[in-house]
Design a protein around this ligand. Sequence first.
Ligand code: UT7
Length: 327
Amino acid sequence: MNRAAITAVGAYLPDYVLNNEEMETLVETTNEWIVTRSGITERRILKDKTKASAFMAAEAAKNVLEKRGITADSIDLIIVATVTPDHQYPATANVVADMIGAKNAWGFDLQAACSSFIYALQTGSKFIESGTHKRVLVIGSDKMSSIVDYTDRKTSILFGDAAGAVLLEPSADENGIIDARMYVDGSGKKYLYQPAGGSLNPASYDTVLNKQHFVYMDGQAVFKIAVTKMADVAEEMMVRNNLSADDVAFLVPHQANKRIIEAAAERMGIGMEKVMLNIHKYGNTTSATLPLCLYEWEHELKKGDNIILTTFGAGFTWGGMYIKWAY
Ligand code: UT7
C-alpha cells in the first residue's frame, strides 16, 4: 500500500476583521459573553460580494502549489470540502480547477458540515493508497458569512470565512496518514441545519421571509454531544494506535468552541500547549478549521511527529485521524 502523506499546506484568510466590539453593534451581545462561552475574539469576513468559497479555495490551493514548487497541471484530483458551495452545481471543485489551471484533474465537492475536511482528507488518502493518483488537493473552504443571519446572536458570533488546503502525495517513508475513523448520526439533523434551499424546501418567498436559508442551531444540544464525541474519537485514535499522551505532539481539533476543545485535550491527558487553538482569531470557519491550524503550526511540526485530528459537526458527523507528519 502507498501511504498518503500531507506534503504541503496553504491557506487564504480574507482581510476584513469582524471583532467582538463590532458584533456588539450588530446584535445584543458583549465581548465578555462571546469570549467566555466560545473563546472567540474576532473572525474574518470576505466582504467582496463577487467572490465566494471557490475564490478562497483557489487562493489556498495556489499557496500550496507555490510552497511545493509544482504546477497545477500535475494535480490529479481536487476535493473541495464545503457547506457553502458557490452554486448547487457545478461543484466548487470544477470552478477551482479552472481558476488554478488544473487541466489534468478531475474533482468533486464533499459535504459533511464541520467534518467536511476530515472526511475529504480520508477520501483523498484512499486515491493515493490505491496507487491510481499521485497528487490530490484537499481543500476546505467556507464563506459562512453567506449563510449567517447577522440579527441572530446565537449563531452570528460563532462563524468566520476562510480556506485551507493540503496536498496529498505517496509517502516516501513510514510517515503519513496512519489511521482514521469517521462517524455519522443523522438523528442529529434537527439540531443544526440550514432549513431551506435544498429539494425538501426549495427557495421561495416564504423561505426567504422566514430566514430559512440561514444556519439554524440549538447550541446547547449540539454542545453536549460535541463535547463527548470529539473527545471519544480523539481517545479512540490514541487507544487504537497505542499512543500515550507523551507520544502525541499536537492535537488538531475542529474550532467550534474553546470549551469543547479543552474537554478533548483533558480526556487525552494532554496540556493545552500541545493543542492547536486559533478560534480566538478566526471563529468557526467550518471546513477550513483543520487545514488552517496545520498552516499556522506548520513551522512547529517536525517529521515523524504524531498528530491527532478530531472534529464534530452538523448531521451529526464526527471523525478522528492519526497522522505521522511527513516533513
Ligand atoms: O461546528 C459545529 C458544531 N457546533 C458546535 O459545536 C457549537 C456548539 N455550541 C456552542 O458552542 C454553545 O452552545 C454556544 C457558544 C453556541 C452557546 O453557549 P451556551 O453556553 O450553550 O449558551 P446558551 O445557548 O445556553 O445560552 C445561554 C444564555 C441564553 O439566555 P437565557 O435563556 O439563559 O436567558 C441565551 O439567550 O445566553 C444567551 N445568549 C447570548 N447572550 C449574549 C445566546 N447568545 C448570546 C450572545 N450574547 N451572543
